[in-house]
Design a protein around this ligand. Structure first.
Ligand code: CTP
Ligand code: MG
Length: 337
């Protein structure tokens, strides 16, 4: 049964192309949102600069990696050129500064896993989280953005997958399901391993970009304008790729032994990473290697209950696309687990 599924999707799969593309188009943020984000960033830069003239602000996450849908919050990172031992002190100071400039709902969350200041800008209506010295996130944001420039099908696939994950309630790390960042890496991996490949492995190529962050070498080929024809030998459409993606995670992936690795452009073994058993809270039930922080499994939030939810949702999605007469409605039907 599995083999048959892997070989053939429904013959009328192409009929799903137009509706998937319509969903993708409807989720793309309009240009005026970009303008407002820049406006808010400029305001924050002005305020921060007064207090810390040498600090810099960077956008990261979905507002900068090109996988952000309309009306998302923005993620900002405040970078000092030195190690900060006491982030709380800086965050409280920052909250103070922002508060006195009429920004709304300013809140310093100093005890969060990633300590941040939250705020809302009344002028643009945008909410924003500011963290400190999270340079790896700024760098992995660039990696995702660079992958997105190579073939538009990555962005199309990832928008559909993120939209599905949010609708189905499986994009909640605090409840044991996966982050948006993890889903985008799963999409990149899928497009690297299909044949002919739609995406290359940028970290396996000549290193035209190279930075050291927290003692980790972050290096890869970033002249991606040169790769704009890379995926063209593969003619698959977004409908086929969405089907292939869910089929891969439902019936094709070896959960017991495999780690997906965008860094190497392939599958590596759990054995090789020593991710074969639970260590502390890391259970390694679905293994997604971070491209730079390679000791970091983005599936570590998944527990023995949520792995079942996830795998059932992958199977449901694959089956809906395969058999349902109206898959586009059913696939995104809101659900709370
Ligand atoms: N990030 C990370 N490691 C994680 C999770 C997130 O480095 N385990 C960083 C990544 O740079 C990511 C950013 O934090 O781009 C934001 O993560 P997330 O909220 O998962 O992704 P977004 O792209 O912002 O998605 P959404 O549209 O759902 O906000
Ligand atoms: Mg985000």
């Amino acid at each position: 049964r599995m083999l048959k599924r892997q070989m053939a999707c429904r013959g009328d799969i192409h009929r799903l192309n137009a509706p998937f593309l319509a969903i993708y188009e409807s989720l793309i943020p309009p240009e005026e949102e970009r303008t407002k984000q820049k406006q808010l960033l400029a305001l924050l830069e002005k305020l921060v600069c007064k207090e810390w003239p040498k600090a810099q602000l960077f956008l990261y996450g979905s507002c900068a990696n090109s996988f952000g849908v309309s009306k998302s919050d923005i993620d900002v990172c405040l970078v000092f050129n030195e190690d900060i031992n006491d982030k709380s002190e800086i965050l409280l100071k920052l909250a103070d500064i922002l508060q006195s400039d009429n920004l709304q709902n300013v809140q310093a969350l100093t005890h969060a896993r990633v300590p941040i200041v939250k705020l809302k800008d009344p002028a643009t209506g945008i909410s924003c989280d500011i963290c400190i010295n999270n340079v790896l996130a700024v760098v992995n944001t660039k990696l995702l953005r660079d992958y997105a420039k190579i073939d538009v099908r990555l962005r199309q696939l990832a928008f559909i997958v993120k939209h599905w994950a949010k609708s189905r309630g499986v994009n909640e790390t605090y409840r044991g399901t996966l982050s948006s960042y993890a889903y985008v890496l799963m999409c990149i991996h899928f497009l690297q391993q299909c044949r002919p490949a739609i995406l290359p492995c940028l970290q396996g190529m000549e290193k035209t970009y190279n930075v050291m962050v927290d003692n980790i070498e972050c290096a890869y080929f970033d002249k991606v304008e040169q790769l704009s024809n890379f995926g063209s030998p593969n003619k698959e459409t977004v409908a086929q790729l969405v089907w292939g993606f869910f089929n891969y995670w439902a019936y094709g992936h070896d959960y017991a032994n495999s780690v997906i690795s965008v860094r190497t452009g392939s599958i590596i073994s759990k054995q090789e990473k020593d991710w074969t058993r639970r260590v502390g809270n890391d259970r390694h039930l679905i293994c997604i290697e971070d491209p730079f922080e390679i000791s970091h499994d983005l599936g570590r939030v998944v527990d023995k209950f949520s792995i079942r939810v996830l795998r059932e949702e992958f199977e449901r999605a694959a089956d809906v696309i395969q058999y349902d007469p109206n898959p586009c409605v059913k696939l995104f039907a809101p659900y709370v687990h």
